[in-house]
Design a protein around this ligand. Structure first.
Ligand code: ADP
Ligand code: ADP
Length: 228
């Protein structure tokens, strides 16, 4: 489902963030992306989402070649990928319901379908009763659950989580992990960049470690491997 071949990324300022990445990720996998700050994790995620383009090498997502993909096809790619961020990125003036519905409205679903699906995903993350709230009225963990609901609303095959528990306390982080595991159990591929040693060492999954723009470790049921 995801294939990177000798992928390099040098930013316009001359910084090389990725220096020859080869990765293959199958459908349904749960992958932790670990590595110190500046290692290239976010760049990797941006390339997959086509937020940035590789300087060289090949990237295939669901058999689509990202290097030759036309701009008009990028929205279609993004519809197949849900993304969750450390800082949630919810729309502050919109309700929980609207934040999720918005993701469906941009893909031109019928109003009836949107309503049904919004309540379904809010139910899945345990927030059906907070549909009328705005993000400020929610805890950090609840806001992240809204972000997850929004990310999965379009039934993406791939869910990318960029340090989803980075702003959350340990108890809340485990709740978020439980939801991500449930989503993965339905067949959705998950790539999660994380600095949580506890999570990686407790919920054992594939670990890909990046350092200096290179994959330095790729382990089935791996360890976090760093001390922070
Ligand atoms: P990580 O997510 O692992 O912290 P990043 O992918 O954000 O790593 O960064 C990798 C390297 O690329 C760092 O040296 C960073 O400063 C640099 N970098 C990231 N984004 C940009 C950008 N938009 N322009 C220039 N350099 C960048
Ligand atoms: P129930 O019948 O259990 O109340 P609903 O699906 O009617 O469930 O709605 C659950 C919550 O979602 C309610 O708080 C409702 O106000 C809110 N809601 C439903 N549709 C919308 C909408 N279009 N815009 C904003 N909030 C909505």
């Amino acid at each position: 489902m995801i294939e990177l071949k000798n992928v390099k990324k040098t930013y316009p300022n001359g910084v090389t963030a990725l220096n020859g990445i080869d990765i293959h990720i199958d459908s349904g996998e749960f992958v932790y992306l670990v590595g110190q700050s500046g290692a290239g994790k976010s760049t990797f995620i941006k390339l997959i989402f086509r937020e940035e383009m590789a300087s060289s090498g090949d990237i295939y997502i669901n058999n689509r070649d990202l290097s030759t993909m036309k701009w008009k096809d990028v929205p279609h790619l993004r519809r197949e990928i849900g993304v969750v961020y450390q800082d949630f990125k919810l729309l502050p003036k919109m309700t929980v319901y609207e934040n999720v519905a918005f993701a469906l409205e941009v893909v031109e679903e019928s109003p009836r379908q949107i309503r049904k699906r919004v309540m379904e995903v809010l139910d899945q993350v345990g927030l059906k009763n907070k549909a009328r709230f705005i993000p400020d009225e929610l805890s950090g963990g609840e806001q992240q659950r809204v972000a997850i609901a929004r990310a999965i609303a379009n039934y993406p095959k791939l869910l990318i989580a960029d340090e989803p528990t980075g702003n959350l306390d340990p108890d809340t982080s485990w709740e978020i992990m439980k939801i991500l595991e449930e989503i993965n159990a339905t067949g959705t591929t998950i790539i999660m960049a994380t600095h949580s040693k506890d999570i990686v060492n407790t919920i054992k999954r594939r670990v890909i470690a990046v350092e200096g723009g290179l994959v330095v470790r790729d382990q089935h049921r791996g360890d976090y491997g760093y001390e922070d």
